[in-house]
Design a protein around this ligand. Structure first.
Ligand code: CMP
Length: 142
């Protein structure tokens, strides 16, 4: 079990100006921030990031949405990080997310759902390398 995960605060939440509120929820839940950036993804980057969903009917819209404004990838560390972070953000569809979760609080819909969290230790490592280079991140070897 790894202790790292990746969050991405998505364009809808950045546009709502709630980056600070979301980072506070994450750190209050015991996660440590090892890396954080504010970036605008190109279509090629968003397409590569979500390559796993390429055959899904919503793929094109997902790429439009993820490139519609800046996003905030955050490298996080905590024991049992992947699972605990997915609990903190709640179900993909904010309407189905538990009260108090980040998607329930800040998500607008199944696509504009405020935040992404890695779904496995393997993907957490891939997503860390996608957004951060070794010099951007602290504690990368711990
Ligand atoms: P995320 O957890 O980042 O992983 C894939 C994303 O695709 C998901 O959050 C949503 O933003 C989006 N997504 C998933 N299911 C749907 C759907 N049925 N319609 C539109 N977008 C979706």
């Amino acid at each position: 079990m790894s202790n790292k995960t990746i969050a991405i605060i998505k364009p809808d939440a950045v546009a709502k100006n709630v980056i600070g509120e979301i980072v506070a929820k994450i750190t209050q839940a015991g996660f440590k921030v090892n890396g954080l950036r504010l970036i605008r993804l190109t279509r090629a980057q968003a397409g590569a990031f979500y390559e796993i969903h390429k055959e899904r009917p919503f793929y094109g819209e997902l790429i439009d949405y993820m490139t519609s404004g800046p996003v905030v990838p955050i490298a996080l560390e905590k024991e049992n990080a992947v699972e605990d972070f997915r609990k903190l953000i709640g179900a993909t569809n904010p309407a189905e997310a538990e009260e108090g979760t980040i998607r329930k609080l800040y998500g607008a819909g199944i696509e504009a759902n405020a935040i992404h969290g890695s779904d496995s230790d393997e993907n957490a490592a891939i997503e860390t390398n996608f957004f951060f280079s070794r010099s951007d991140i602290v504690n990368i070897n711990q």
